[in-house]
Design a protein. Sequence first.
Length: 284
Amino acid sequence: MKIVENHIVPATINGIRLSDYAVGIFLTIPSKAGIKKALKKGLILVNNKRGVSGQFINESDQIELLEDETLIKKNIDLDLEVLWEDDYLAVIYKPAGLLVSGNKAKTVTNALPHNLQTSSLTDSVKPQPVHRLDFATSGLLLIGKTATSIRELGKLFENKIIQKNYTAVTIGAMQLQGTVNVAVDEKESISSFQVLKTIASEKYEYLNMVLLTPHTGRRHQLRKHCASIGNPILGDVEYGLEGKILKGKGLYLHASSLSFIHPYTREKLTIQKEIPTKFNRLFS
């Protein structure tokens, strides 16, 4: 088989399992699931021998990817707003109604090479999101541009060092601030909220502009937590109140800010993105 990509392990890397290290080093296979498939098919070579998922790689190892059309992802010519970028990472704006990743061609992941500059660093890889936003949620998405930065940014999320804030519109009478500690998928889940603005509504009784801060990272956590206290997010067809679900306008949930210490420059970064126009129209 033809070798389509080649990677030399830099001097800074030693004693990392191949299945972990290989995520992000190949332009055609940015995902962990894709790497697992490639290893299973024998498409990844380490020093000219078939790579094994659990083997450790070290400085100067040569990792090669063999050709297989079923694993190749296309790059999509889709313009995204880039709010911050350097050789290590980027922050982009994901519009509502766009998948971050998946089997469909039109995703943020497939559009990133068209929108971001190629890193000049030795472990440059195809840019890869390091966290998720729901299909219906708009807002900020953090992207890694090198193999090591993808891992380091992932660790920041795992250790809860990156602070994420969301803006949402919720339904019904609501306390001005509080904390929700309700398990999601049988795992501890904590979110805090602060009401920024409230107006009376004939249909919903009240509409609230709310700042939401997740302290854990469960799937649909903010949507489930708001619903659990009787204040579901406007437009949430999955967790909304029967008879009070706004359809056709999308979900009123927006990832409005990211704050963290840059893992390499040590710069304090706070990136913000204003809420979509549809939010303000409700409160004008």
